[in-house]
Design a protein around this ligand. Structure first.
Ligand code: 5GP
Length: 192
């Protein structure tokens, strides 16, 4: 029987270093594909359409939402983000595992779909460290940073709904934890 891929759902407050972690995870383990979300948020400097996200106007996003093109979608920081159904289907049917870097609302929507999925929460070592990282990457305005910190606090309260929590203190050890989770889940016999 052909293996169907697993969905690895990774949520983390903005600025917790999850993008770097996910990129390293994909580079270090075979058979993992990153889901590319669609969003109405404008690209940050260095972001390219079709790489980090597929960027689009709100009208276009809402048209796709109406056509039920998203596996899940959410409004985060006043912008829409959604996971394209077609893309995920393509990955898992090829037997690849998919990594979905999505927020808590989106993760809980996928839970309701009863798909074969594993939920991982990446937590920053502390709120102070999170603030430092958000300020340090200097891609967001002061107002944007305080909004992101407020949402981070709310998101942290949901970590117990996940299967695993990885504290991103040292990149290498967080990466090792993530790799171990993926490897163990691939060997799992029984699934919930
Ligand atoms: P950022 O704008 O910093 O790239 O992402 C903001 C938040 O949106 C992050 O928590 C990220 O995980 C989440 N996000 C990105 N893509 C999606 C998506 O397709 N669905 C949902 N629900 N959240 C997403």
């Amino acid at each position: 029987m052909k293996r169907k891929g697993i969905l690895f759902i990774i949520s983390a407050p903005s600025g917790s270093g999850k993008t770097t972690l996910i990129n390293k995870l994909i580079d270090s383990l075979g058979g993992l594909s990153r889901s590319i979300s669609m969003t109405t948020r404008p690209p940050r400097s260095g972001e390219r359409d079709g790489m980090e996200y597929i960027f689009m106007e709100k009208d276009e996003f809402l048209r796709r939402k109406k056509k039920d093109e998203f596996l899940e979608w959410a409004k985060v920081f006043e912008e829409y983000y959604g996971t394209p159904k077609k893309y995920i289907k393509h990955i898992v049917e090829k037997g690849q595992d998919a990594i979905l870097n999505i927020d808590v609302q989106g993760a809980m929507k996928i839970k309701r779909l009863k798909m074969r999925s594993v939920y991982i929460f990446v937590a920053p070592p502390s709120m102070g460290m999170l603030k430092e990282r958000l300020v340090g990457r200097s891609t967001d305005s002061k107002r944007e940073i305080s909004k992101r910190l407020k949402v981070a606090k709310e998101e942290l309260a949901h970590f117990s709904k996940y299967d695993y929590v990885v504290v991103n203190n040292m990149l290498e050890s967080a990466l090792e934890s993530l790799r171990s989770i993926v490897i163990a889940e691939r060997c799992r016999i029984r699934r919930k």
